[in-house]
Design a protein. Sequence first.
Length: 369
Amino acid sequence: MHGGFETFAEQLSLYLVSHGHSVTVYCQINPGESEFTDVWRGVRRVAFAEKDTAFGTIKFDLRSALVASRHRDACILTLGYNTAIFSIIYWLKGIRNLMNMDGIEWKRRKWNFVQRVWLWANEWCGAHLSNHLIADHPEIKNHLAHIAPAEKITVIPYGADPITQADPEIVRRFSLEPGKYFLVVARPEPENSLLEIVKAYALKPREFPLVILGKYLPKENPYHAAVIEAAGNSTVLFLGALYDLPTVQMLRYYAAAYLHGHQVGGTNPSLIESLAAGSAIIANDNIFNRWVAGPGARYFSSVQQLADHFDQVQQNPADLEEMRSASRQRHLQFFTREAILQAYEQLLQGLPLNNDAWQGSRLQLLQRS
């Protein structure tokens, strides 16, 4: 399982280098490892060793901002606003800074009061100290427009390359039959509906197993324990966290359907990747998921409704094929990686960009000039 920002940073940096741009990426490594500066596939990497904790990440972000601000002719792209307060460094030096504002982090239930206040304050800092804001979903733009001018915000979602062929043997290594299992790829958090998905699946015996990717620590996390307990004796397979991207792609490609339970946030990269794999999508019913997956997906707002979807798609293979076709069309029409990376390149260069390129119910793709 790959983090969305990490994967995107790799894709964008390589794309920009291939188009003749000079790119530096700041990387966080583990304490004890040697800090370094090198060049990887044309991308200059600067690595700082800090602990993988909240305070360690804050220190890493501050060190990165201080070093990056030495390059007054640079354009900074900041992914996420968790430490947007450090944008004041760029603001004071007159360095152009674009910020991807990610989701509405401070509203997530997993944060305590102090953490929410910190995130809320940094969202405000990012909105006011950055030169331009990037929202990955129109609803994120609508939210940000309450604290920043609408003309300062551009909607650019995420993209992915289509998966048109796959090796079925990769799936069989997990004792799975291609096309005969349901798949979930998500962090085990309440707002991702893992408990509801497992409960709906376990209501009755089912022919297709439910495969879940993610790191579960039932002895340390009560929610993780509840999800595993809800599975009971049903055929729910917890495969753990998989970090090999081709393997995850093959699992998506051969799944009978992909379950997406995310209740909040903007455009989720995992959902885009499932569209690119031609997965039949069954998603939590909210404005974020409906905008991404479109009318060809199915949606649930209760355990029973999801259980009914399990029954219907397993009994009607033709419906699954229609859903897969709709996913492929949705991806190719709106979420190809080339279109998204091109939009970022134009924005970083300060070139004119249709500020409503992905705004509203009718999506439009940017075309090369």
